[in-house]
Write a protein that binds this ligand. Structure first.
Ligand code: ZN
Length: 269
């Protein structure tokens, strides 16, 4: 194989490495942002669920109080009628109606008490949570124990963090945008050169990179493949020193002499 073709593919790798190192500057920010976004969604849902329950309670309470008011006014009407009753039969019939309305009121009262009881329990749970927070016993706090205001604060903090990380990422992207687009342009040209000189080599390169391998071409380092650290047989060293490449038996990467990378860097400048 013509060794100058190896130089062409090393140049391509050199350019790809530069893009890769720019992306690594993003330091896992995109993944961090995704995870924070999920937390924001989860916390928002929790808060909404609580608001929904509180809203339902308020509605029920209003409805029950309205029922009670209505029953009371009916009772008053029946009582007024009783004073005008002409006989016992009429009087007793009104008493029965009053009794019925009183039962309705009692039922509504029980339901109102149930709501208050549930709300009281929620408050007690949250008070317990607040106590645990004060004692730094966070791992003992269940979802229900988290006080409303703490939950709201958590949501605000999460949103702030997302905003901050997004800005950080944005600035990294903006800062490196020009460099990246220049590199992409160079890569495009270099790929065209490699393709016209050796289609086979380019497809080998692309095939290696299509898997989990980022660097298809690596340096020989301490007589080993620097991609996977497997030793390169001594009888292949000469070939590598002369400017050829060796296919690592372990990872399949193309192993070349480091001099080729130096030359690629010089050629780029
Ligand atoms: Zn290897």
């Amino acid at each position: 194989m013509d060794h100058t073709k190896i130089n062409l593919i090393v140049r391509l790798q050199h350019l790809d490495n530069q893009i890769e190192s720019i992306i690594s500057l993003q330091k896992g920010l995109p993944e961090e942002i995704d995870a924070l976004d999920e937390d924001v969604t989860f916390t928002t849902r929790q808060i909404e669920a609580r608001k929904k329950i509180a809203g339902e309670h308020a509605k029920s309470r209003e409805r029950l109080n309205e029922t009670i008011r209505h029953c009371r006014s009916k009772i008053q009407t029946f009582k007024d009628k009783q004073t005008l009753a002409r006989n016992n039969k009429e009087y007793d019939a009104l008493s029965k109606q009053i009794e019925y309305e009183e039962k309705e009121i009692a039922q509504a009262d029980i339901q109102l008490q149930d709501i208050s009881h549930t709300e009281q329990k929620t408050l007690e749970m949250q008070a317990k949570g607040r106590q645990l927070i004060a004692e730094n016993r966070y791992d003992e706090i269940s979802e229900d124990m988290m006080p409303d205001d703490v939950l709201e604060q958590q949501l605000e903090d999460l949103k702030d963090q997302v905003k901050q990380k997004k800005e950080e990422l944005e600035s990294i992207i903006i800062e490196s945008a020009e460099e990246v687009s220049e590199l992409k342009e160079k890569i495009k040209k270099q790929r065209a050169v490699v393709e016209s000189e050796s289609k086979r080599l380019l497809s080998k390169y692309d095939h290696l990179k299509s898997g989990s391998i980022q660097n298809a071409v690596v340096k020989l380092h301490r007589q080993a493949c620097s991609g996977c650290n497997t030793r390169v047989p001594t009888n292949r060293h000469t070939l590598i020193v002369q400017g050829g490449f060796y296919l690592c038996e372990s990872c399949g990467r193309m192993v070349v002499h480091e001099r080729l990378f130096e030359e690629a860097a010089e050629a780029q400048d």
